[in-house]
Design a protein around this ligand. Structure first.
Ligand SMILES: [Zn+2]
Length: 65
């Protein structure tokens, strides 16, 4: 029932990564040639973001409290 997860996640292969991106999970660079994920909100495809795979997988990890 989570609207938050209404996104399309696509894997970007290393050969497809021709630019450097900023990962919103860690504010670090995703270098050209590095496999990663592109996350496209279904309702707002223009707001797509490029993430490191582990950053996306851990995005919901929260500290207790
Ligand atoms: Zn990251």
């Amino acid at each position: 029932m989570s609207v938050e997860d209404d996104v399309e996640v696509r894997a970007v292969q290393p050969y497809e990564a021709t630019k450097r991106y900023l990962c919103p999970g860690c504010n670090g660079d995703i270098n050209a040639g590095e496999g990663h994920l592109v996350v496209v909100p279904t309702a707002h495809p223009e707001d797509r973001r490029h993430w490191h795979k582990p950053c996306w997988q851990h995005r919901h990890r929260r500290r207790p409290g």
